[in-house]
Design a protein around this ligand. Sequence first.
Ligand SMILES: [Fe+2]
Ligand SMILES: [Fe+2]
Length: 264
Amino acid sequence: MNSPHWIARFEKNRGAWQEPDWSAPCQMSLEDGREELARSFATFQLGETGGGTRLMRFVRREQERARKEGRPHEDSYERAFHLFLGEEHYHAEILARLVHYLGGTLIRRHWLNVIFRGVRSLLGLEFNLQVLLTAELIAEAYYGLLHRFAKDPVARAVCGKIAHDEVGHISFQVAFFRPHHIARSRAAAALWEWQFWTLLFFTERAVWLVHAPALKASDICRKRFRDGVFRAARSFVSRIRRDAPARLAHHLKSGTPGEQSPAA
Ligand SMILES: [Fe+2]
Ligand SMILES: [Fe+2]
């Protein structure tokens, strides 16, 4: 991974967005599903608040290994991940403001979040990042759809900002996962992809179970949500494969990601 590129990119992204007018009156009524949406954002807000302590421990270990092996560009891993987590924490901040704007309350615990954090810490850095990646693929669809369909302009603006950042995070994940994936044998790569789809399959269902009331109130049906998640995931897998288009492979090597817009 070309850490200096990602450091420059995350630094450039900081402060590049104008926050909406939080004092504007909310355009959603209770009938529009305002309470459901506030509850849904509160759950996502909780997910964005993690300190990343365990992840950073894994990253420092990986960075130490990269230094010893003299791998170029990988000795500033820690800074790149620190900035990446900084963006997640900023999402938590603006989501907290959005929950209050919608008249909701923040939460400190949710069963989905407990499972998510428990599963993340089961194995090493790669699995920790894979669980995070699964959440980001879902987030790309969730925020991308709400950016289009939420019935309030402030909610749409915040979702647009987060969807934009999550697309960048997925490219960051591509840069991390691709070298690991192409180093695998064909059988190991197939096995990795099988477990990736299995994890995504169950996570997407659990997320729909929790967020369906808010999404349905915003005219986002089951199929639209599932299609958005799986489209983002198919795109991710095609970008980490050995046979990814030559142009993409070149961009990743030079540290410039091939990007997509938020899920439609
Ligand atoms: Fe995020
Ligand atoms: Fe993210």
